[in-house]
Design a protein around this ligand. Structure first.
Ligand code: ADP
Ligand code: MG
Length: 673
C-alpha cells in the first residue's frame, strides 16, 4: 500500500538518481508528486485534418509518415525532416538536432503531432512538434484530451512525471478529509477525483472543477490553520492585567501637542481593550508612513508602565531606535519612569533594571534578554524587517509556561483585505486609515530619460528654498538586499550628483559607511543638501526639511515600497516631491509607475502590487509545505471570503470531524519545524 506520506524513493521505478532530481523540484514525498500540478496543458481536445491546420495556431493532427530524411546545415546543425500525410493533404515536420527521432520513426508509421504551425510556408509546417506514435489499431481517443505539461529539471521530462503520477494514481486511493456534507454545500468534487482529473483532464469543464476544488482546499487550510493558532493563543494567559485610568490618558493626550486622529484613537481603544483582559494581545497595527503609529505605541507603553510592568520596544535600526528614544524618554520620565536605550553602539541605562521601565532596543536585545524581566508588553516596529526566528526568540524568552506577554507589531506595509483574511488570520488588526490633519500629499512625477535635466533644475531651485533631497539607489529584491550592488550603485550615483550639483553639499550614506550617525545628523541639521543613499532610509526616520526624494530605477521596486519611500518626505506641513526616474521606456512599466502619480492610498497600491507580483515576495510570507498556494488566487476576495466562512463553520463543528482536525494539528506541528 502506498500512502501520501511515503518517501518518494519507496515508489517503484524511482531510484536514488531520480529521487535526487525530484528533490530539486521540492518533491520528496508521494504527496509532493501528486500535488505537483501541471503548469499548462496541451490542447488535444480536437484533432484537425491537415487541410484545416492554421498558421500560428497550436494544433494537433494525425497522419502517416511518407518521407523521412536527415540534412546537415552549413554550420553543422542536423535537421530531421518528415512529411505527414492524411486524407486531406500533406504537412512538413521539422526537428533540429534530435537525431534520435530519425532512428525511432520510419516511413509508414502513424503519428500524432502537435505544436505551433509555422506562418509562412507553402504548406503547413510543424517546427519541433511534440509527437507520439499511434498503432494502426489504436483508439485515437486514448491520445486525446488536455495533455499536462509539468515543470521539470534537467534529467526529467514532463512525460516521465506524467507517467509516474499516473502509475501512482492507479494504485493509490486518496481519502477526502472534507466530509461529504461540506463538499455538497460548496459544490466540491471528491479530492480523489480532483487529483486524478487535474493531471489528466478530459476537457476544460472537468479541469475547472478540479482546479476549483484544489484551490478551495488551499485557502481553506490556510484559514483553518489561522483559526486554530488563534484559538490556541486565546487559551494562553498574560497573567497580568493592564489598564489606564481616564486621568492618565488625559495627561498623555495633553502632552502630545496634537489631536489624535480618529484612526489613532480607535487603534488605542482596541489596544486598551486587548490589554485589559487576560488573553494576551496579538495585534498588528497598520498605518501608512507618517500616520502616527508611534503615538499609539506610546499610549500602550504608558498603560503598561502604570499597571506595574515593563515594556519593550524593538526597532529595526539604530537610527530609528534612537529617534524613538529622543521622542519618548522625556514623556515617560514625566510620569516617573526610566527608559533604557540599547543598540549595538549605544547603551543608555539609567540605573539597575527597574521593574517598571521602558526598554528601547534594536535586535541587539537578543544578547540582553536576561537583564530584563517583568515584561508585560512587547512592541515590534516595522515588523517585516525582523526574521521570524528573532521574533520568536524574544517572545519565547518572556513566555513562562502559559503566561505570554502582550504583543503589538507595527507596519507601514499596507495589508490588502484578502491577505488580512488568510495569512494574517491569526492576528487582530488595527488600521490607522488617515494621515494627520493638514498633511499635504506628496507630488509625484514619473520622469523619463529626456526629462532629467529639467528635474535637476527644479531640484536645484528647491534647494535654494531650504529644501533637502534624498537620492535613493535601487536594490535587487526586497527580501534579499544585495548589499554590494546597492553600495556600488549608491557610490556611483554619489559621484554623479557631486558633479551635477557642484555648488551643493552632497553626502553618501549606506550600510557600509562607518560614521552613519554623523552623516545622518549633518543632514538632519541642514548642513548637507543632498543625501545619496540605499533604501535603508525606507525605515522610519523623520527629517523635517528633507522634502524631495529622487528614486533611481524605480522599476525595481513594488508600488507599496515606492509609496513607503516617498513617505520619507512631506512629513510636516511642507509640500513634498517625489521623482521617479524611469530607466526603461516600456509602456506597461511606465503605466505601473504612474499609479503613484494618481494614487496616494497605500492600500490601493498594495492591491495593485498583489495582483502583479503575488504575496510571496511582498510580505516575506513563508510559504512552505502545505501552505503553498499554487492554484488559489489570493486576490480573489470572493473566494477568500467563501473559504473563510467554510473554515469557521468547520471549526465550530470540529468535534464532528476528528480526522480533519488531527490532520490540522499535525500540519501546524510540521510547519513549525
Ligand atoms: P509613523 O506611523 O510613520 O511611525 P510617526 O509616529 O513617526 O509616524 O509620526 C509622524 C509624524 O507625525 C511625527 O512627527 C508625529 O509627531 C506626527 N504626528 C503623529 N500623530 C499626529 C497627529 N494626530 N497630528 C499631528 N501630527 C501627528
Ligand atoms: Mg514609525
Amino acid at each position: 500500500m502506498v500512502s501520501l506520506n511515503d518517501n518518494i524513493g519507496t515508489v517503484k521505478g524511482i531510484g536514488p538518481k531520480y529521487q535526487e532530481l525530484l528533490s530539486k523540484l521540492n518533491i520528496n514525498k508521494v504527496r509532493d508528486l501528486i500535488y505537483h500540478f501541471p503548469f499548462r496543458y496541451e490542447d488535444r481536445t480536437k484533432i484537425y485534418k491537415v487541410s484545416e491546420l492554421t498558421p500560428n495556431e497550436e494544433h494537433t493532427t494525425i497522419g502517416v509518415i511518407t518521407k523521412l530524411n536527415n540534412l546537415f546545415t552549413r554550420n553543422g546543425f542536423r535537421i530531421t525532416k518528415a512529411t505527414l500525410k492524411d486524407v486531406s493533404g500533406e504537412a512538413d515536420l521539422v526537428w533540429f538536432n534530435q537525431y534520435f527521432i530519425s532512428k525511432t520513426l520510419k516511413i509508414g508509421d502513424r503519428l500524432l503531432v502537435s505544436g505551433k504551425i509555422d506562418q509562412d510556408n507553402r504548406r503547413p509546417t510543424f517546427n519541433s512538434p511534440e509527437w507520439e506514435l499511434i498503432g494502426n489499431d489504436d483508439d485515437e481517443l486514448q491520445h486525446m484530451g488536455l495533455i499536462p505539461r509539468y515543470n521539470t529539471t534537467d534529467g526529467i521530462t514532463s512525460k516521465w512525471i506524467s507517467k509516474k503520477i499516473q502509475e501512482l494514481l492507479s494504485i493509490i486511493e486518496i481519502d477526502d478529509l472534507l466530509p461529504a456534507s461540506i463538499r455538497d454545500q460548496y459544490f466540491l468534487i471528491h479530492i480523489d477525483d480532483a487529483l486524478r482529473r487535474i493531471h489528466a483532464p478530459k476537457d476544460y469543464p472537468e479541469l475547472e472543477k478540479s482546479r476549483y476544488r484544489l484551490a478551495f482546499d488551499e485557502l481553506l487550510w490556510l484559514h483553518l490553520r489561522g483559526i486554530k493558532i488563534r484559538t490556541d493563543w486565546n487559551n494562553k494567559n498574560t497573567g497580568h492585567k493592564i489598564t489606564m485610568t481616564e486621568d492618565a490618558y488625559k495627561t498623555f493626550q495633553n502632552n502630545l501637542g496634537f489631536e489624535l486622529t480618529k484612526g489613532q484613537e480607535n487603534s488605542i481603544q482596541e489596544i486598551f481593550k486587548d490589554l485589559s483582559d487576560t488573553i494576551p494581545m496579538n495585534r498588528l497595527l497598520q498605518g501608512d508612513v507618517g500616520s502616527g503609529k508611534t503615538a499609539v505605541a506610546e499610549a500602550a507603553i504608558l498603560a503598561t508602565l502604570l499597571s506595574g510592568f515593563s515594556a519593550l520596544l524593538i526597532a529595526p535600526t539604530q537610527v530609528l531606535a534612537k529617534q524613538h528614544y529622543e521622542k519618548m524618554h522625556k514623556n515617560i520620565a514625566a510620569l516617573g519612569f526610566d527608559t533604557d536605550l540599547l543598540t549595538s553602539n549605544v547603551k543608555i541605562q539609567k540605573k539597575e533594571f527597574n521593574k517598571q521601565q521602558l526598554i528601547i532596543a534594536t535586535h541587539s536585545i537578543l544578547h540582553h534578554l536576561e537583564e530584563y524581566k517583568n515584561i508585560g508588553l512587547i512592541i515590534i516596529d516595522e515588523q517585516h524587517k525582523f526574521g521570524v526566528a528573532q521574533r520568536s526568540k524574544i517572545i519565547d524568552h518572556y513566555t513562562d509556561q502559559n503566561i505570554v506577554p502582550n504583543l503589538l507589531t507595527m507596519t507601514a506595509t499596507p495589508i490588502p483585505r484578502s491577505l488580512a483574511l488568510t495569512f494574517y488570520g491569526d492576528l487582530d488588526l488595527s488600521v490607522i486609515g488617515e494621515l494627520p490633519f493638514g498633511r499635504k500629499l506628496t507630488i509625484t512625477k514619473v520622469i523619463e530619460e529626456n526629462g532629467r535635466k529639467d528635474v535637476y533644475k527644479e531640484i536645484d531651485s528647491l534647494i535654494s528654498e531650504r529644501n533637502q533631497l534624498f537620492v535613493v539607489c535601487p536594490f535587487i529584491q526586497e527580501s534579499q538586499v544585495d548589499t554590494l550592488k546597492t553600495v556600488k550603485a549608491a557610490e556611483a550615483e554619489f559621484e554623479k550628483f557631486k558633479k551635477i550639483f557642484s555648488n551643493r553639499k552632497v553626502d553618501l550614506l549606506h550600510g557600509r559607511i562607518k560614521n552613519k550617525d554623523e552623516i545622518l545628523l549633518k543632514f538632519v541639521n541642514g548642513e548637507s543638501d543632498i543625501l545619496v543613499t540605499t533604501p535603508v532610509i525606507e525605515v522610519g526616520v523623520d527629517i523635517p526639511n528633507a522634502n524631495m526624494i529622487l528614486i533611481e530605477t524605480p522599476e525595481r521596486f513594488g508600488l507599496a515600497s515606492l509609496h513607503q519611500l516617498r513617505g520619507r518626505v512631506g512629513r510636516r506641513q511642507k509640500q513634498g516631491f517625489c521623482y521617479l526616474m524611469a530607466s526603461e521606456n516600456i509602456p506597461e512599466g511606465l503605466n505601473r509607475l504612474r499609479n503613484l502619480e494618481k494614487i496616494s492610498d497605500g492600500n490601493k497600491l498594495a492591491e495593485i502590487d498583489l495582483k502583479v507580483r503575488g504575496p510571496g515576495n511582498m510580505y516575506g510570507i513563508e510559504q512552505h509545505g502545505y501552505m503553498q498556494l499554487s492554484l488559489a488566487d489570493i486576490t480573489d476576495v470572493e473566494m477568500v471570503k467563501k473559504t473563510k466562512t467554510a473554515a469557521m463553520d468547520i471549526f465550530e463543528n470540529r468535534h464532528k470531524y476528528p480526522i480533519l482536525f488531527n490532520a490540522l494539528s499535525e500540519m501546524i506541528y510540521i510547519d513549525d519545524q
